[in-house]
Design a binder for this molecule. Sequence first.
Ligand code: HEC
Length: 209
Amino acid sequence: MSETPKTEHVYDGIEEYDNPLPGWWKWLFIVSIIFCPFYWMFYHGGASGRSVEDIYNVALAENTRLQFAEIGELKLDEPTILRFMAKPSWLKVGESVFRSNCVSCHGRAGEGKVGPNLTDDEYKNVTHLADIASVINNGAGNGAMPKWSNRLVVNEIVLVAAYVATLRGTHAEGGRPPEGRAIAPWPDPIAEPELPPEDPPKNQLTESP
Ligand code: HEC
């Protein structure tokens, strides 16, 4: 014990052994220094698609693509919107599109802020159900309502249109006063019978590469 060299420091009679760092510790230190530039170049060297965020986004897009493969390319027309107004799980997707793109102007519940109230029976640019989709697709009010055709895919527009259509008549609290004119109620929803488990869309899914 006494063979271990001591440092020169003595404080109040307390001395300090001058033990070397353990070899394994030193090697770990050296190896991590050698490792770090490669790690840095790989993840932060500017190559795209390697950061955690990029990988997440790719996975998310892949997931949406798989989900959308189930419903195919939708049309921006009234029967399609009506069909999805009766599908609660797809309305949730429409709701999430609304949450991430529309609440800043239309409010969390659609009660209206810069944009008009979407929960009453009065509309400025909408007479028929399909007009909701075309307003979202093409914009309105000289761009006050932006067009979304270049930011959302058609399926997202159909689903968010179906969601917005279901907001009608919910009369969210603290909403903007009615604008435009009251329009005729939407047509009756088209409810589809549940498809059997071995329905074609499922097969399509498993066959896709
Ligand atoms: C930058 C603010 C803004 C954003 C973001 C926005 N809107 Fe709008 N929206 C407006 C304005 C303003 C109008 C009214 C246009 C007019 O005066 O004719 C409008 C009108 C509408 C209308 C027609 C309402 C009516 O009374 O005719 C619908 C439907 C609509 N928006 C849906 C959406 C959806 C869905 C989204 C998200 C994908 C969205 N908006 C995002 C501002 C916005």
